[in-house]
Every structure is written in C-alpha cells, then in structure tokens.
Design a protein around this ligand. Structure first.
Ligand code: XIL
Length: 343
C-alpha cells in the first residue's frame, strides 16, 4: 500500500525461421555485456516469442507493467502479478531484470494525486512505493530507471509534474535515488532520457542536471540514453552522444533503442534507403557502446523484439523499427549489430 508498503504479429508459417543468409548467432553470446529488450507479460506466453527472447537477450525490461499506471491501484494498493511474471521468466532463463521505471512525469496515479497536500504523508507514500518495488526485486534487478525523462522536450529546463510540485524540483530526484539505494544497495541506479542524440539543448540540460544531482549527493551510478531515433539521424550523432555521457565515468545504458523508418523525413528518400540508414544507425550505436570501457557498459537494450510489437506501430502500422521482422527473422540491422559485436 502507498501508506504502507497484443494478436501477435502474424508470425509466418515458419515463425523464427532462419533468415536468408544463414543463421545468426545469439546476440547475447557475442556481447561481453547484457543485451536487453523490453517485454510484455502476455507476449512471454507465446512460445515462438519466448524462444526468440531467450535465444538473443540477457536482460528484460518491462515495457509498461512495472510503471505506476499498472502497479499503483487507485486505492493505493500495489499490483505485482505481471511484474512478478516477467521477473520469473527472466530468472528461469538466467536473465537479468531491469526496473523501469520508478518516477516519471507521465505517471501520476490517482492514489498519489489524491493524497492530501501534506508533504509529510506524500513523502512517506513516495518512499514506501520506491522501497516496496526496489526491495521486492532486490538481488534480481540489475538496476532501475529511478528518474525517467526529467528534461523538457525543448531542452529549456526540467519538467514540472506532481513529483516536482509536491517534493521539490531537485529534491524529489535526490530523495528517490537515496530511497532506492537504501532498498537495494547493489542495484545500479540510473537517470534516463530521450532525444539526446538529436537535440543538443536537451543533451546539455541533461548533463547539467546530472552534475547538479551528483553535487547534491544523489547516488546515481548510471546514465540511460533511450536512443529512440529516426532513420534520418545524421551519422556520428549517436557516437558523440554516447561519448559525451560516458565522460561522467558512470555506467551507460543504451536503454530503449529503436530506429523509426516512418518518422524519418525526406519524402524523396526511398524506403530501401531509409532501411539502409536504419542498419547503419544500429551498427553505429552498438560500435560506440562496445567501445566504452567495460566498467561503463551497463547494457544495450532495444525497445522490442519483432517489428509488429513495437510501440511505434501503434502510431503507424507500416513502421519497422526493430531487429526482427514479424516472423522473427533477422533483419539487416540485426546482422549489422552482430558484425559490430564481432569486430
Ligand atoms: C512506452 C511503451 O513502449 C508503450 O507501450 C506505452 O504505451 C508508453 O510507453 N520512453 C520510455 C518508455 O521511457 O517507457 C516508453 O515506453 C517509450 C518512451
């Protein structure tokens, strides 16, 4: 308690059939660091999906079922069933679990909104929620996105939301990191944001925030770069961003990578050209991440397994942003990631 405590993509007749060009090695067998993906509890019940996830990935992030919208009921009770199911799947296959996410501007559940204005009771509920979840997965979750997407889209400052209003713009962040640390001293505690590779102002603001939090004593041990990018992202941007974030010396998590074909500009650019650009971007991201010092390689996570399951397909059904097609076959982007790992 706060006061206490998808029809799967039409999998072709040969689901997970080997792709043209011969078998692809399991990604996780090629990487000296965790290769992650996001999952949904119901998808894990599909045998072909479960087999593909188990073959290539070594870390699982709940796409949405460990967010407050699922875990915090209107009456303040917590809901653990699907988080536990994802955790059990990971454990049964020797995979790490990654906690996403504790505090996010996009999640303001009624149970918190309806708490009285009294700071003390709100703070107690805030602390209890973090302690309940981080504590529950202590020893299994490799880390947590403690603060997700704190920077305004235009990079002009920090987002304002229930958490900042009730507990302070910076203080709510510092508090969350300390409470999470107390609940699991061994978990990597991260901050996480997006469009860092395409919006210099947002990257700069993110860097400034990290500096402020570190100076304020927040026990941040990792930095997440979501890497939701479009196929028209200029070459080099991902590398520069990963290198810039790595200068803090903390662990780096490419936390949610996908490369949208449809959101890429340039009506005059053919889909084939955009798909080739997608392949180059995945290779660049993996190369840049693999070039980091080993101590800074937290994980490389893609935001989904098979194209039709991507969140981006809800926006446009023709988008194909991931590494596997609807039948679970390796796309050129996967082969490029494999090649980058073999270098
Ligand atoms: C997205 C999920 O993929 C969607 O299914 C859900 O409807 C909304 O959230 N940044 C994040 C992720 O940190 O949690 C978001 O995930 C994508 C953007």
């Amino acid at each position: 308690m706060l006061g206490s405590g998808l029809a799967l993509a039409a999998c072709g007749p040969k689901a997970n059939s080997q792709p043209a060009g011969g078998p692809v090695a399991p990604l996780k067998s090629l990487a000296p660091f965790p290769i992650g993906t996001c999952v949904r509890a119901n998808l894990l019940e599909d045998p072909s999906y479960a087999a593909l996830v188990s073959e290539h990935f070594s870390q699982l992030t709940a796409e949405w079922e460990m967010k407050m919208e699922y875990t915090v009921l209107d009456d303040g009770r917590f809901r653990f069933d699907r988080p536990d199911a994802i955790a059990a799947f990971a454990r049964s296959r020797g995979m790490r679990l990654f906690g996403h996410t504790l505090i996010w501007y996009a999640q303001e559940p009624p149970a918190f909104v309806n708490l009285d204005e009294q700071r003390a009771s709100f703070a107690r509920a805030y602390d209890n929620y973090i302690t309940a979840f981080v504590g529950r997965y202590r020893g299994q979750a490799s880390g947590w996105d403690v603060i997700n997407e704190p920077i305004k889209d235009d990079g002009s400052g920090l987002r304002e939301h229930l958490w900042s209003r009730r507990l302070g713009e910076i203080d709510h962040m510092v508090r969350a990191f300390h409470v999470a640390k107390a609940a699991d001293p061994d978990a990597v505690l991260l901050i996480n944001d997006y469009n860092l590779e395409s919006n210099p102002a947002k990257l700069a603001q993110y860097q400034r925030l990290i500096e402020r939090l570190l100076k304020a004593g927040a026990p941040i041990s990792g930095i997440g770069c979501q890497t939701h990018c479009n196929a028209d992202l200029p070459a080099g941007a991902l590398t520069r961003t990963i290198e810039a974030l790595a200068r803090f010396g903390l662990k780096i998590h490419v936390s949610e990578m996908d490369v949208s074909i449809v959101r890429a500009g340039g009506w005059f650019v053919s889909r084939e050209e955009k798909e080739a650009a997608q392949t180059r971007l995945y290779a660049e991201a993996m190369s840049a991440f693999a070039a980091l010092p080993e101590r800074q390689q937290f994980a490389f996570t893609v935001w989904g397994v098979r194209d039709p399951e991507s969140w981006l397909v809800k926006e446009n059904g023709s988008d194909t942003p991931l590494l596997f097609d609807g039948a679970g076959r390796a796309k050129p982007a996967l082969r490029a990631v494999e090649a980058a790992l073999r270098r």
